[in-house]
Design a protein around this ligand. Structure first.
Ligand code: NDP
Length: 444
């Protein structure tokens, strides 16, 4: 079947799931030349199988809120592809979650995990539960109910979930506790665990730091330096905070960050300690940043952040946050590099604008793979019953993971006649390994 026909089928079989269609279309466009070179993949229906999840689990999550009222949410786990390892991918708790979001994320995860060079298949899950404004007790009750069902489907050699939007250390803790109680086993079934109970040093920082290690490779090839550069990092969650931290350590000035309500602009450079206190400790809105930094500005509406002039833009919040217009504004304001910490944060039109204007562009699958890679290292440490030093993991993340991914994506782009196009390069490099494994394993 042609790539065009496969995409038409995907759209027909998965109606009203635009994010999933968008993710599939981008990958299929990139890998078309690989299929020409490998007719055996076509004959074996590799792509037709790849776009259909191996398993999709949908379940009811009942829980009781603090006022004694019954609440019902919907839980999801999409086990997309296990050709190169147990399913691996985060859980997202956000009111916008529905099956299409989980499928887009799970599909992307297949290629991202493959790029890391570690043995991890692709999966993703979550719920339309909104942790914002809930008490710790309510979050715990929800997590326990969610895990009561999910535990049937996961395990350290089967499927190993992690965090994503709305799921951090607190939620992983509650879910791990419930899994352990129900199964009577202490295993590395979730990653992102606390350091005292099997977590890996550097996991908290890994996606953000990894993003900047990847960016450094891009800048090196352009002959540019991060030191002295002006950076905008959207979001103010796990990815954004630690990307900003690494930028500051390397001498860049981060001037703007956001949350879903609005963005802050601090010409003197963002005070990350204040952001961490607000978002990680007090779980408050970014607007309150002005209380400790009265000279900064707060602007209502998160999309305006892309009007802020910068050399480097890091979309670190959510999908489709940079559209064509935002990309054009960034280019007009002289941006040289964009590296995606969030999953699919740039629309296809926006990516075209960046590539056309020779802005160095690091696509999410490659640039944000540091988080799942260190999750892979957490799984390895759990199996060994050992924990590695921060410096060991950090160095491995930089040299063995992010630099390796950059080289692989760059090489694949060159090999297929599109030098410098890391979107195509990452998709091809991620696909080739999975396709080889699926082919070798027969029709399953
Ligand atoms: P967090 O929940 O820690 O933070 C998310 C941040 O983005 C918050 O500031 C949140 O604002 C903002 N945000 C969420 N939804 C929207 C929205 N619809 N519009 C505008 N802003 C929004 O999540 P992470 O930092 O973990 O994840 C951020 C992105 O990175 C996601 O795309 C995720 O899939 C991706 N990612 C995360 C990895 C990880 O290791 N954590 C690994 C790889 C990718 P508010 O506080 O108002 O909700």
């Amino acid at each position: 079947m042609s790539v065009k026909k496969i995409l038409e089928d995907v759209i027909k079989r998965n109606p009203n799931e635009p994010e999933f269609h968008q993710a599939v279309e981008e990958v299929l466009e990139s890998i078309a030349p690989v299929l020409e070179k490998h007719p055996e993949y076509k004959e074996a229906g590799i792509v037709e199988r790849l776009v259909e999840p191996e398993r999709q689990i949908l379940f009811r999550v009942p829980w009781m809120d603090d006022s004694g009222k019954v609440q019902i949410n919907r839980g999801f786990r999409v086990e997309f592809n296990s050709a190169i390892g147990p399913y691996k991918g985060g859980l997202r708790f956000h009111p916008s979650v529905y099956i299409g979001i989980i499928k887009f994320l799970g599909f992307e995860q297949i290629f991202k995990n493959s790029l890391t060079g570690l043995m991890m298949g692709g999966g993703k899950g979550g719920s339309d539960f909104d942790p914002k404004g809930k008490s710790d007790n309510e979050v715990m009750k929800f997590c326990q109910s969610f895990m009561t069902e999910l535990q049937r489907h996961i395990g350290p050699d089967t499927d190993v979930p992690a965090g994503d939007i709305g799921v951090g250390g607190r939620e992983i803790g509650f879910m791990f506790g419930q899994y352990k109680r129900l199964r009577n086993e202490f295993t590395g079934v979730l990653t992102g665990k606390g350091l005292d109970w099997g977590g890996s040093l550097t996991r908290t920082e890994a996606t953000g730091y990894g993003l900047i290690y990847f960016l450094l490779q891009m800048l090196k090839d352009m002959g540019k330096e991060i030191k002295g550069a002006t950076v905008v990092s959207s979001g103010s969650g796990n990815v954004s905070i630690y990307a900003a931290q690494k930028c500051q350590q390397l001498g860049a000035k981060v001037v703007a960050m956001s949350d879903s309500n609005g963005y802050i602009y601090d010409a003197e450079g963002i005070d990350l300690k204040a952001v961490k206190q607000l978002k990680e400790v007090e779980r408050k809105r970014l607007k309150d940043y002005l209380k400790s930094r009265p000279k900064a500005q707060y602007v209502e509406g998160c999309s305006g952040i892309w009007n802020v002039k910068c050399d480097i833009a890091l979309p670190n919040a959510t999908q489709n946050e940079i559209n064509k217009k935002a990309a054009e504004t960034l280019v007009e304001n002289g941006v040289w590099a964009v590296a995606e910490g969030a999953n699919m944060p740039s629309t296809p039109d926006a990516i075209k604008v960046f590539l056309k204007n020779k802005v160095a562009f690091g696509p999410a699958k490659a640039a944000n793979a540091g988080g799942v890679a260190v999750s892979g290292l957490e799984m390895a440490q759990n199996s060994q019953r050992l924990s590695w030093l921060f410096e060991e993991v950090d160095e491995y993340l930089d040299k063995n993971i992010m630099q390796h991914i950059y080289r692989e994506a760059k090489k694949a782009a060159e090999e297929y006649g599109q030098p410098g196009n890391l979107v195509v390069g990452a998709n091809i490099a991620g696909f080739e390994k999975v396709a080889r494994a699926m082919y070798a394993q027969g029709l399953v």
